[in-house]
Design a protein around this ligand. Sequence first.
Ligand code: AMP
Ligand code: FE
Ligand code: FE
Ligand code: ZN
Length: 298
Amino acid sequence: MSGRAGFGGFCTDLHMHSLASDGVLTPAQLMDAAAQKGMRLVALTDHDTCDGVPEAKRRAEELGMVFIPGIELSCGGEKEIHILGYGIDPLNPGLTAFREQRRADRIERAEQMMQKLAEAGMPIDRDSVYAQVSGVIGRPHIAAGMVSAGYVHTVHEAFDQYIAQGHPFYVPRPEVPVREGCRIIREAGGVPVLAHPMELRSGEAVLSSLVHEWRGQGLAGIEIYHPSTPSHKIAMLLGIARQEGLLVTGGSDYHGIPKRQDDIGQGMDRWDSAAADLERLFCAMNRPFPREMLGLTR
Ligand code: AMP
Ligand code: FE
Ligand code: FE
Ligand code: ZN
């Protein structure tokens, strides 16, 4: 692969997390790391927050990268469905209200989980749990509290025995329908894209009917190039995208957590049609396609 086709190679990553949600690096550090990896086009897509966007945008642009402001909304209920939003205005009032509500929901849920644990004889120190939170509180913080209190050895053990879905102290978050997620993203000027479709663990028939339904609810794209997509499933997903007229995107879902062994740009070498897909994405975001900055020639 070389030239235009090779753009799919190693210079874009549209799915990355910072400390503003559950990533390890600050937004500026994340952009530094992306530039070091040779990225030219990046997006920050923290879970249910865009607090990291201004810092990431500033740093990315200083480093000469093209930056797309993004978010990853946790939709669905028992079964989580993640919807990426590209090109959102982080200051949009509807989006701000939604984020505030989600933050409140998360605190309420964390409190419920801690209360359940305490009632079962496993109290954890609230203050030290909250002290660990840099972005939004989540189960990883509860798990860390359980490790500190000595109830389990590792965060993984906390999940596997107590707080993963189907376990005694799991509390679901209030359901956000996909339709609602897509509406919020669109009203904030963004383009809604289904994140990591293979993580839905549905077969082709179910997946294609879900995507068809969501397409009717405002979904505009599907993230095909993600580390969870095995190479032999790409053609199937491209078939669904074509049938539904969806945009195609890709990203590594980098969190910077050493144990996950994730890396910026991971899996993007398979994205042969990146240049054309990105041009369509920019068109959908109503932005000029920065062909020169991306090093693309016609
Ligand atoms: P929450 O958003 O509060 O439901 O927490 C979800 C987060 O918990 C995910 O983003 C993962 O980082 C983490 N997580 C989920 N399942 C596990 C697991 N089995 N072991 C360790 N971390 C997990
Ligand atoms: Fe995450
Ligand atoms: Fe996700
Ligand atoms: Zn993600």
